[in-house]
Design a protein around this ligand. Sequence first.
Ligand code: SAH
Length: 243
Amino acid sequence: MSTDAPDSPWSASVLTLYPEMFPGPLGASLAGQALRRRIWSLQTVNIRDFATDKHRKVDDTPAGGGPGMVLRADVADLALEHVLQPGERRPILYLTPRGRPLTQKRVKELAEGPGIVLFCGRFEGVDERLVEARQLEEVSLGDFVLSGGEIAALALLDAAIRLLPGVMGKAESGVEESFSGGLLEYPHYTRPRLWRGREIPPVLLSGDHGRIAAWRREQAEHVTRERREDLWAAYRARRDEQE
Ligand code: SAH
């Protein structure tokens, strides 16, 4: 056993119709090592195990008509009940395109907490009454539609796990990156100095840390202004407030 494992690992419970998708990519690389070192733990629960009829049905047709199927609230709730501990402190998140967009700020808060319970939707999603009754926090990965919540759950877990103490090599690699200062990150370069006729920007080889920092800030501001009007406006508002 390694000596660096905390007393109780950051714990993730995932409710899904496809438990075989976990840990999937989170079994490799940084997250995989951290799982084996018990920095985080993973429980997967198959929602279908809580179906009550002999066909193990988890979905039904939408009330009011329309295409697709809807996950039943009663079945999903039994699955949730199964993972919730007495005095449960972990937030319960439902991955859905109708949710608030996930941000690095929220990921950081989640990483600083005791863990997370994730509900992965399928079909057209889950009956709204489950969301209300269990006060699920609805989060979206972005303005596009996946076929299920599993890949979104894996992405969210990956983002949180890399922030857990002891997971990333250098503590600062989580501090100076995209979004942490409200800007997208500056571009990176490494050897060789000349590649396909392209030089590394000379300022980065100058050894002048003040000039390097200024150049990087300028680049970060430039790319944010070009690509992300929303982040740029928020950044400027904050800057003006400070002045
Ligand atoms: N009919 C739904 C989409 C269902 S997609 C709608 O239009 O809102 C099926 C499942 O995939 C969802 O229940 C959700 O769990 C997951 N999913 C799809 N897109 C997602 C996204 N952008 N972020 C997070 N989860 C998503």
